[in-house]
Design a protein around this ligand. Structure first.
Ligand code: ATP
Ligand code: MG
Length: 349
């Protein structure tokens, strides 16, 4: 890993010499493609919030990624603001994090072109998300969907990132980012890009669809019953959990052969912090109905305060626009430093 050059210098409290400690940089983002769901929260945002004090954090709303599939312009514009408000409502603190919109920092697109030229086609051919998302439209989807992992690599590498906290579905993309950084450093100069690592927790890394528990929960799922959004009201949460796919066994237990109930139990486990044994003991002799009612209560308890804060934040749009502009102004010089290093190495400009 290359030497840290850009993280803020923080005084180290409690040491006699007050030696400055350098915080490692964290970068992550979410696409403003639809309704932010429980998977995005448990797999990503919640982890960002929990560790924000330990790191020098940059969080992005990756709107350039959102146009890799067709999206209505008005919806995209509104989604960006909604997502920013949700980041803050979930607990991101601007004292510890920089928060910005990807398309407001043109260096993402600039580095993207350069890095595309250094990405072997064979590496992109191995990316499973493209195959899942393109489905039967392989020949008609835009090339941007195919090149999506390169843009994601640029997002991460522009900020000389050490850690990328994401869900399990992004593991392959972060590995590609690391490989691209290494390849570029080897060709030109070993210290151009910091080599990033994915930070993927065991709990919540892959929340599954409520309709088809063999598929991950996704914003782009055409069926809203497949996910719980962070803005679903208690009635909606109750309805979606009640109809969530389980099985005919009726024993409330973690069992890989029963992915539906296991997914719901995993969500319950994260929300309550209980062990698997404790949960199974609590529901011994009870049915899926009792368990689903308890899960609904925990979800409402978790999401209600987020929704309350969200409503306050989204109602002051001027303040929200301002803080996003400030975020972009803050990160742009960091991104520009990397672009300059890259252009110089390649011989551009
Ligand atoms: P889309 O369907 O538009 O790709 P998405 O739900 O996959 O939407 P992304 O914006 O691609 O969401 O991902 C945002 C973050 O949420 C990433 O860190 C990703 O790994 C994480 N994430 C997405 N879905 C899940 C899930 N089901 N479980 C855990 N983490 C998830
Ligand atoms: Mg996704």
């Amino acid at each position: 890993m290359s030497v840290e050059t850009n993280a803020e210098i923080q005084p180290q409290v409690g040491t006699q010499s007050m030696k400055p400690a350098v915080k490692k940089r964290v970068f992550s983002g979410i696409q403003p493609t639809g309704n932010i769901h429980l998977g995005n929260y448990l797999g990503a945002i919640r982890n960002w919030v929990e560790t924000q004090d330990q790191y020098d954090n940059i969080f992005c709303i990756v709107d350039l990624h959102a146009i890799t599939l067709p999206i209505d312009p008005k919806e995209l514009h509104a989604n960006v603001r909604k997502l920013a408000a949700l980041y803050l409502a979930c607990g991101l603190d601007l004292k510890s994090c920089k928060l910005f919109v990807q398309s407001q920092v043109h260096q993402h697109a600039e580095l993207d072109w350069i890095l595309n030229c250094f990405t072997p086609m064979g590496w992109l051919n191995r990316m499973t998300q493209f195959k899942t998302k393109a489905g039967s439209e392989m020949d008609t989807v835009g090339a941007g969907l195919y090149c999506y992992p390169v843009l994601m690599a640029c997002d991460i590498l522009l900020y000389q990132t050490h850690y990328v906290p994401v869900g399990d579905d992004q593991r392959q993309h972060v590995e590609l980012t690391r490989d691209l950084a290494q390849r570029f450093n080897n060709i030109y100069n070993k210290s151009i890009f910091t080599l990033p690592e994915a930070q993927i927790r065991d709990a919540g890394a892959r929340i599954m669809s409520l309709e088809d528990p063999t598929k991950k929960m996704s914003k782009s799922d055409p069926n809203p019953s497949a996910y719980i959004t962070l803005l679903d009201d208690p009635k909606m949460i109750k309805k979606k959990i009640a109809r969530a796919t389980t099985d005919s066994e009726r024993v409330v237990a973690f069992d890989p052969a029963r992915p539906g109930i296991t997914n719901l139990l995993s969500i319950y486990q994260i929300l309550t912090g209980q062990s698997q044994q404790e949960i199974e003991a609590d529901f011994e002799g009870k049915g899926y109905g009792d368990f689903k009612a308890a899960l609904t209560d925990r979800l409402v308890e978790t999401l209600s305060p987020i929704q309350q804060r969200y409503n306050e934040i989204i109602n002051d749009m001027a303040a929200l626009e301002n803080l996003l502009k400030q975020g972009a102004d803050d990160v742009r010089p960091i991104a520009e430093r990397t672009v300059q290093k890259v252009k110089k190495a390649v011989g551009l400009g």
